[in-house]
Design a binder for this molecule. Structure first.
Ligand SMILES: [Zn+2]
Length: 122
């Protein structure tokens, strides 16, 4: 399982894709990867990565070289090619207790993304 993999989510039952959250330790080596459904944001079972999964993007590898923190920060920045985070979507409904998507009415996180993304005017 890796970021962007197409799945049938066992939680919401939708055709969704995998969102990966990486954790790094103090020496910036990858400590753990957690996978979430891009639509409902629920955690997915982590299957061990097969050895042939080496096509992490060049940007990922560069970030890892520069330090893991960068990867975390990038998640919240809006960039031309990777800005489809719920945080920047018109359907992102922030609430003190539960942040929701106004399309699915499901709980989401700012760093989630989905196919119905519509960029919010700044
Ligand atoms: Zn789901």
């Amino acid at each position: 399982m890796k970021n962007g993999d197409k799945i049938n989510c066992p939680h919401c039952g939708e055709k969704s894709f995998v969102k990966e959250k990486k954790e790094f330790d103090d020496s910036f080596s990858l400590k753990a990867s957690t996978f979430f459904c891009a639509l409902c944001g629920r955690k997915l079972e982590n299957t061990p990565s097969s050895p042939k999964v080496k096509n992490s993007s060049a940007a990922d590898r560069l970030s890892a070289l520069l330090g893991g923190e960068k990867v975390q920060k990038v998640s919240f920045e809006k960039t031309a090619d990777d800005g489809h985070f719920c945080l920047h979507c018109v359907h992102y409904l922030k609430h003190p207790f539960m942040t929701r998507c106004t399309i699915t009415l499901k709980e989401i996180e700012a760093t989630d993304s989905c196919e119905k993304f519509e960029c919010k005017d700044e």
